[in-house]
Design a protein around this ligand. Structure first.
Ligand code: EPU
Length: 433
């Protein structure tokens, strides 16, 4: 596929679309399939590159992964067939492609009593260490050694003499220094098969954590408190395969709302879950986008110029860091000045240089950006530096004079199932060239 988007001034947008299943849930649900032998079915898994990478990861660990038509039509479903014995080694090439691969660590330690995984790569913003994953799993009885860029984990066997004896993790009380999303996921997946009770304090409360917990519960796990900052898990001996539908992607929904805010119009996102995006909806409301929650999904309407607001990113239920590039682009053409503060990932401002090349008036200082709205941007060749940065440059092109060409579009394919096609279906002039 071509690696550039061509975007031309567009709007107003009209129509109905679906967001699809959340990347940041689907990846964890796929890893969770490793926890039980047998055939799992995940519905609504998005067609994105990160899912393909995770599918390859599961295959490398011994699972069979394929898509098949969903019963009753309407897309497909992802099947994961997990064998009785897994290979505990996550290949470097796959971990290197996607940082979220770290979520196989918990399931591998739980199932195999050992795991070997390269230090993850992925999006290149700020320092993104894995210390909290390791210290949480260490508290549950795993021992780690790191050498040559690889982490080796092992759980001591309870009866080492027994043939084939694998070590079993044991429940523990873990207080997270920060409510990390992926660390919470990893610890949940480790705890469901551990001996005894695990309590995670200061746990992440994201809707995708709740989605993972629901899937694990349908596999037979005993979990209380998912979605709150204290999650308690009673370990069980064995889990069974299950069927689950992935929760809707709130970041894709936010992308569509921002597109309407910028280009104007009236768009229905049929599968959106507005209750998962309260703070964002409040912010975009203050900026002039009218969002109406419906019995299913939401409707976003906007006309006229947006108004500036100040925004700070925070862990859920605060304004997610993933929404920030869209808010910055909206502020870039809004009336007034907005101050944006990034509290999660220090380096996540690189797309701002690209927006400046399009005529945006943005000054950054440390983790703050001061955005002074201009009436219109000016189309330019720009580069996607990561997934959300790429998506926001496409949105910027909707309100830029002339042509905007966004290169390195492959970053966008990591998390959007045909972003250009979806926007074009609403009347935007966006294409892959
Ligand atoms: N952190 C540590 N040590 C760790 C783990 C995290 O210091 O062991 C720090 C990170 O460096 C960062 C902060 O904790 O400063 C937040 O990290 P968190 O673990 O919450 O983020 P994540 O789980 O790695 C997920 C999403 C991100 C999203 C963030 C914040 C997945 C696969 N990724 O990342 O999504 O930005 O939560 O909500 O779930 C994206 O979709 O584009 C994306 C990057």
């Amino acid at each position: 596929m071509s690696d550039r988007f061509l975007v031309q001034p567009s709007g107003p947008l009209h129509g109905a679309v679906r967001a699809g299943g959340a990347k940041n849930s689907a990846l964890k649900l796929m890893a969770a399939c490793l926890l039980a032998e047998g055939r799992h079915v995940l519905q609504g898994v998005p067609h994105i590159v990160d899912v393909d990478i995770m599918a390859d990861m599961l295959r490398a660990l011994g699972a069979v992964v394929y898509r098949r038509p969903a019963p009753g039509g309407g897309g497909d479903e992802l099947v994961v067939e997990t064998p009785a014995r897994l290979s505990p080694e996550a290949p470097y090439e796959l971990v290197d492609k996607m940082r979220a691969s770290i979520v196989v660590l918990g399931p591998l330690l739980a199932r195999c009593g050992q795991a070997r995984i390269a230090m993850p790569g992925g999006d290149d913003f700020g320092q993104r260490p894995i210390d909290m994953h390791l210290s949480g799993l260490h508290a549950m009885g795993a021992r780690f050694e790191t050498s040559h860029g690889t982490v080796d984990g092992e759980v001591a066997a309870t009866s080492p003499g027994a043939p084939g004896a694998r070590g079993r993790l044991r429940g523990s009380r873990i207080v997270l220094e920060y409510p990390s999303h992926t660390v919470t996921d990893n610890l949940l997946m480790a705890a469901v098969l551990a001996e005894g009770t695990t309590v995670v304090e200061n746990a992440a409360r994201e809707p995708e954590v709740v989605d993972l917990a629901q899937f694990l519960q349908s596999m037979g796990a005993r979990i209380d408190g998912a979605g709150t900052s204290r999650v308690q898990v009673e370990g069980v001996e064995i889990l069974r395969p299950a069927v689950h539908r992935v929760v809707a992607d709130r970041v894709v929904v936010a992308t569509l709302i921002a597109a309407v805010g910028l280009a104007g119009g009236d768009v229905l996102v049929e599968d959106a879950r507005p209750e998962h995006m309260d703070m964002l909806l409040r912010k975009v409301g203050e900026m002039g986008v009218e969002v109406t929650p419906g019995p299913s999904g939401l409707r976003a309407e906007a006309k006229g110029r947006l108004r500036s607001v100040d925004v700070a990113t925070l862990p859920y239920p605060g304004v997610a860091t993933d929404y920030k590039p869209f808010l910055v682009t909206m502020l870039a053409v809004a009336d007034g000045v907005g101050i944006v503060t990034e509290n999660l990932f220090s380096g996540r401002f690189r797309y701002i240089d690209e927006l400046r090349r399009m005529g945006a008036d943005i000054r950054t200082e440390g983790h703050h950006a001061v955005v002074r709205g201009v009436p219109r941007l000016s189309g330019a060749p720009v580069r996607a530096t990561d997934l959300r940065a790429g998506a926001t440059l496409v949105l910027a092109g909707l309100v830029a004079e002339g042509d905007t060409v966004v290169s390195d579009a492959h970053h966008v394919d990591r998390g959007y199932d045909d972003l250009a096609g979806v926007l074009a279906s609403l009347g935007a002039r966006v294409e892959r060239i």
